[in-house]
Design a binder for this molecule. Structure first.
Ligand code: COA
Ligand code: ZN
Length: 303
């Protein structure tokens, strides 16, 4: 097994996008600063999506210039309009997003999979021209199962991944958007994906709806995958995927990696406290196991 695992913190974007109660921008900034102070080096900060579709992230323009230096920040861009907004703020790490399921893609971004790929082709060429050293992530959501279509044929997921690779994305984040996959599925999909791309470009994005996320990470690591998305406090869900639970909690991932002898350089206590203020505003109690365990060990009240 590897001695280095990359963690991409998606809490400020994936973690918050589904929250109905509007989180003030300065509180989001404090959350992001706390994540950075805990040692997270890559943070997906927001989305340049339609404010009507995702009101929670309508403050992307206000938030982006308030981000401090240090971590690499990225943002989701669904279309040309989103890209223009991002470029005007000098965003140099973008993420385009499609899915393995036609129905989900339609509901999520109002395009077919092929339309999304055509749109991304134009976006990526504009982005590369304006940011030659920029970084492009391609998301494939509902890689295992779709809330509308049910189980997805792994061959279909691989075909969508290949379409993204043909556009020259720097990495692909493979999403179990509704958190239903179990390790044998991760193993079979990873085997197929490794036929079309190098392991260094693969990130897994697990949700923990059914408590299988860490087991899936372990399986993926066995197969040589070294990059995972997670969200502090296990915040998360998707407004267009009914039933989607929270993301894999970053605390659970960090604990697991450290206990496996893989240094993360993340301060677990600072991480465990980073989402407390937001959880309080949202009227939620912390529920991620790694977070609760760290808070209770340090005598910090979780509420
Ligand atoms: N940012 C801001 N506004 C946008 C926008 C963007 N990226 N894209 C479109 N709009 C605006 C248009 O200007 C238009 O505004 P108007 O009604 O005031 O004229 C309106 O949204 C509709 O534009 P249209 O091009 O028809 O977009 P759409 O309604 O087909 O929506 C997406 C397409 C992709 C913008 C929208 O589905 C979306 O933002 N999806 C994101 C979903 C998401 O974030 N999911 C979670 C991540 S997995
Ligand atoms: Zn997600």
């Amino acid at each position: 097994m590897t001695d280095h695992i990359r963690i991409v913190e998606v809490g400020p974007r994936d973690g918050l996008q589904n929250e109905k109660l509007q989180v003030p921008t300065d509180l989001k900034i404090r959350f992001i600063e706390a994540l950075a102070a805990a040692g997270l080096r890559e943070i997906e900060a927001t989305s340049f999506v339609s404010p009507k579709r995702v009101p929670q992230l309508a403050d992307a323009e206000a938030l982006w210039p308030m981000l401090s230096h240090g971590p690499a920040f990225s943002a989701l861009t669904p279309n040309l309009k989103g890209l223009e907004r991002a470029i005007s703020l000098d965003v140099d790490r973008i993420a385009v997003f499609t899915a393995a399921s036609e129905t989900f893609t339609q509901k999520n971004i109002n395009m077919s999979i092929d339309q999304s790929i055509e749109t991304f082709a134009e976006m990526i060429s504009i982005f590369r021209a304006s940011r030659p050293t920029g970084f492009v992530r391609g998301y494939v959501s509902t890689a295992f199962e779709c809330p509308y279509e049910g189980r997805i044929d792994p061959g279909q997921t691989v075909r969508v991944i290949e379409k993204l690779l043909n556009l020259g994305v720097d990495e692909v984040s493979i999403g179990d958007t509704i958190g239903v996959a179990a390790p044998p599925e991760v193993k079979s999909l990873t085997r197929l994906v490794l036929n079309v791309m190098s392991r260094g470009k693969i990130t897994y994005h697990f949700h923990d709806t059914n408590g299988t996320a860490i087991a899936n990470v372990a399986e993926a690591m066995e197969m040589g995958i070294e990059s995972f998305d997670s969200s502090a406090g296990g915040l998360g869900g998707c407004p267009f995927a009914p039933g989607a639970g929270g993301n894999l909690a970053t605390e659970d991932l960090v604990y697991f990696l450290e206990r496996c002898g893989i240094p993360t350089h993340v301060d677990l206590y600072r991480l465990a406290t980073s989402s407390l203020e937001i959880l309080k505003v949202l009227g939620r109690s912390p529920c991620a196991k790694g977070q609760l365990a760290r808070l209770s060990l340090s005598g910090t009240s979780p509420t």
